[in-house]
Design a protein around this ligand. Structure first.
Ligand code: GCU
Length: 410
């Protein structure tokens, strides 16, 4: 039997995808403030010292896998500087982060605003297709790591995702933009963790059932890029490391949430259409489910997460608690009307049910009681919008991310 045939069989054995709100099963969400021993967290201190570490551990061991605590040796190499990028509005820098003496590298592309006060706040996120897809600028290098197809990156793709990055707008509003290709950290393939960063920690072995998969690796990469922003002198002079927002779309939105939850140096976290395994509540089983995601993408989460296939109620948490782990730092969740696979209502409900933790920590949480209408953003400490259209990052989304960042990082 071919591998494809087996995968198709496994997927067809799953229940039909539900897009009917009336068929969402009844569920009880685990209380973010109730610890495993049954005691209730009543103070910010108890959240910080007891419940937050407990929840982080549960998400690591049961879902995304534990991130190694050891660090790899790094070196930073400036590949290029163009002080006149984006028609003079930005300085473009490309910095290569070498890990373990060159065993692996990640290229970070930066647009630093020329006309804004320095150091500037920044957005950082991974991209799907290589840095050269983020803008048509011919000076942006192609990645050396493979694409998801296994093929090398191609010149034809230059600028094809510019709409998803809005570099000119971001810079004109006084923010720096940093991005790296996610395949530099771990190629997005179910290949037994033979490439990318995993072998640098596991050698010939594979991660254990409670150790990181690909999303964990990508989140780790975001933290390593943040290390660089904070410590590479020429960059640190222009980027304010205490005001860095991490963002991502879809699987990379799941990644941004996990990065923001673990690494408290990220000042603000944005999830765009992250859906199942990201902002959407797993227990709703609306659109993509845990079993579907684990079947189609077995390498994204840790081995233990497969225990919850068709068994969501056994999860010791749900995704509202992932957002709660970001508290009291601002978090923004963006949905799209036609992106039902990602369950927009489930994404809103996660944002809303993180509220109790934000309030305990003394900030406001989610201002909207009900799911806001189309393109009427909720802009509290937790932000949310749902826009018209499908699964994508649009100018509308960026405009709201910038408004939200202006509110919290200025
Ligand atoms: C698939 C997957 C989603 C994911 C998306 C993406 O649709 O099922 O979970 O978010 O790919 O990353 O584009």
């Amino acid at each position: 039997m071919s591998v494809l045939f087996i995968a198709a069989l496994a997927a067809s054995a799953l229940p039909e995808t539900n897009y009917d709100e009336s068929k969402v099963p009844e569920y009880a969400l685990p209380d973010a403030l109730l610890t495993l021993d049954g005691s209730r967290v009543e103070t910010a201190e108890a959240w910080r010292t007891k419940r937050r570490p407990e929840l982080l551990r549960l998400f690591a061991e049961q879902m995304y896998g534990k991130t190694p605590s050891a660090s790899l040796p790094v070196e930073y190499e400036t590949l290029s500087v163009d002080e006149n990028a984006l028609d003079g509005a930005a300085t473009r820098k490309q910095i290569r982060i070498h890990f373990s003496g060159g065993a692996l590298h990640m290229d970070v592309l930066l647009f630093l605003p020329n006309g804004a006060p320095s150091p500037a706040p920044a957005f950082i996120g991974l991209n799907f297709g290589g840095n050269h897809t983020v803008h048509s600028d011919p000076g942006i290098r192609l990645p050396e790591s493979p694409m998801r197809t296994g093929e090398p990156a191609s010149e034809e793709e230059r600028g094809k995702s510019a709409g998803r990055w809005q570099a000119e707008t971001v810079v004109s509003r006084g923010y720096a933009l940093a991005t790296a290709y996610y395949g530099d950290i771990d190629p997005d393939m179910d290949d037994g963790f033979r490439n990318g960063v995993h072998p640098l920690f596991h050698g010939e072995g594979v991660p254990a059932a409670d150790e990181w998969g690909s999303i964990g690796a990508w989140a780790w990469g975001l933290s390593r890029a943040l290390d660089m922003l904070l410590s590479e002198n020429s960059v640190a002079a222009r980027v304010d490391g205490s005001r860095v927002a991490v963002l991502g779309h879809s699987r990379l939105g799941k990644t941004a949430l996990w990065a923001g939850a673990q690494d408290e140096r990220f000042a603000l976290t944005i999830s765009n259409n992250s859906g199942c395994g990201g902002a959407a509540l797993s227990r709703r089983r609306f659109g993509e489910t845990v079993a579907r995601i684990n079947t189609a993408f077995p390498h994204w989460f840790c081995g233990n997460f497969k225990r919850y296939n068709e068994n969501e109620n056994a999860l010791p948490f749900d995704q509202h608690q992932l957002i709660a782990l970001i508290a009291p730092r601002p978090a923004y969740v963006a949905s799209a009307e036609e992106d039902r696979w990602a369950d927009p209502r489930g994404e809103f409900l996660s944002a809303k049910h993180a509220d109790s933790v934000y309030r305990l920590l003394g900030t406001d949480g989610m201002s909207a009681e009900e799911m806001p209408p189309l393109e009427s953003p909720a802009m509290s400490r937790i932000g949310y919008h749902i826009r018209r259209g499908g699964h994508d990052v649009k100018a509308y989304d960026w405009a709201r991310f910038l408004d939200f960042a202006d509110k919290h990082l200025r």
